[in-house]
Design a binder for this molecule. Sequence first.
Ligand SMILES: *[C@@H]1O[C@H](CO)[C@@H](O)[C@H](O)[C@H]1NC(C)=O
Length: 95
Amino acid sequence: MRSFILIVIASLFALAYAQGSKGTVCGNQGLLGNSRPKKFVGECNRSDSWGVLSSHNCFDRGGSKYLCVLSGVATCIDGPAKLKKLNMEKGECFA
Ligand SMILES: *[C@@H]1O[C@H](CO)[C@@H](O)[C@H](O)[C@H]1NC(C)=O
């Protein structure tokens, strides 16, 4: 289990490195709650959605959460400080 986690972490770094300055492209399919029953993922609440933005634009507009789907797993990144460092695209921005 532990080595599996290490492999996952190593591949995430490899992926981030391969994508370089282009950043990570999220695989979100539509907005939260539109095509799926889930209306919340962690602190990401559909009611607060500002739609699909890059993490950079989300931060610039004053957003504070970002939902990114990677390998079919949706993660809500919570907090402007984290958002600022993300360098992700095609994810969903939340107030
Ligand atoms: C999501 O936001 C709506 C509108 O602000 C609020 O009524 C609801 O309680 C929130 N849900 C959660 C789980 O925070």
